[in-house]
Design a protein around this ligand. Structure first.
Ligand code: ARG
Length: 276
């Protein structure tokens, strides 16, 4: 069921990125041109980070844009070390020669900053595209980053570090719109409180609930949220990367908070792969 949700909300993303870098890969059905997506995609098509404000990369120096070989924005991600980016499992594809690239240090996702190639993509071994469980991937850069005011690593939580309900979190990204040229070109961010795990599980009960690798954030009345194209991007609380944009029912809908991959649940795996 969650796959269906993800499908709906990432369909625009899929459409905009025909994976030209990997013609052998069969386009999954949820990335086909959807005649069946209907009203929902129309309703969401003008959404980006919903209810947020335009921000500068220097305020979010860990934010990166993950793009296809042709350079079109696909997903967000976060710098976690001089050579490593953390993004969502559904944003990255393991391959011997990764062709996706990242843009760092730019508020504008179409130019500026630096575009870097990837050396390696490590999807979480337990990533489950059906349940959207363990929705994480680590991207190793070909070269070390030089940190400056627009490029910085974000701090990570400890393994299983808890996040108190109602903690203020900040989500950022360049979520896609159908008007690609303008509306999602510059970085935006929104503040959302973390939601109690049981409450979120109840909200999503009919969609298979949520796992311990997920956390939710949003207002009961909706209005502020991540949206398609923000996936893989950072949810930061108290200076730590607590979540990775993953999925949700629509965007900014009342009673349906955004669902994020819970970074603290895979902190040891991150260390094992990256040494960070
Ligand atoms: N799966 C979407 C993507 O790939 C992100 C959806 C986030 N949705 C939400 N309501 N927070 O961009």
């Amino acid at each position: 069921m969650k796959l269906v949700l993800l499908s709906l909300f990432c369909a625009v993303l899929g459409l905009l990125n025909a994976w030209p870098e990997n013609p052998q890969r069969r386009r999954p059905w949820w990335n086909q041109l959807p005649r069946t997506i209907g009203a929902r995609s129309v309703v969401e098509s003008s959404s980006r980070i919903v209810g947020g404000v335009a921000v500068n990369i220097t305020e979010f120096p860990y934010q990166i844009s993950l793009s296809s070989a042709s350079g079109s924005h696909m997903c967000g991600g976060s710098i976690i070390g001089s050579r490593w980016i953390l993004t969502a499992g559904h944003c990255a594809f393991s391959s011997e020669k990764p062709l996706q690239q990242v843009r760092i240090g730019s508020t504008d996702r179409t130019s500026g900053g630096k575009v870097l190639r990837l050396d390696r993509v490590v999807q979480h071994p337990q990533y489950d595209s059906y349940a959207i469980d363990y929705d994480f991937a680590l991207l190793e850069l070909k070269q070390d980053l030089l940190f400056d005011e627009s490029n910085q690593a974000v701090e990570l939580p400890r393994q299983d570090e808890e996040l108190a309900d109602g903690s203020l979190c900040r989500v950022s990204g360049w979520g896609n719109t159908q008007n690609v040229q303008e509306s999602s070109r510059y970085l935006r961010a929104a503040d959302v409180p973390s939601v109690n795990q049981e409450q979120c599980a109840t909200a999503y009960e009919s969609f298979g609930g949520i796992t311990e690798r997920m956390l939710c954030a949003g207002y009961k009345e909706g209005g502020k949220d991540a949206c398609q194209g923000d996936s893989g991007g950072p949810l930061v609380s108290g200076g730590k990367l607590v979540g990775v944009v993953s999925w949700g029912l629509g965007c900014a809908q009342p009673n349906y908070p955004g669902v994020y991959s819970r970074v603290a649940s895979v902190r040891s795996w991150i260390e094992e792969i990256t040494g960070i």
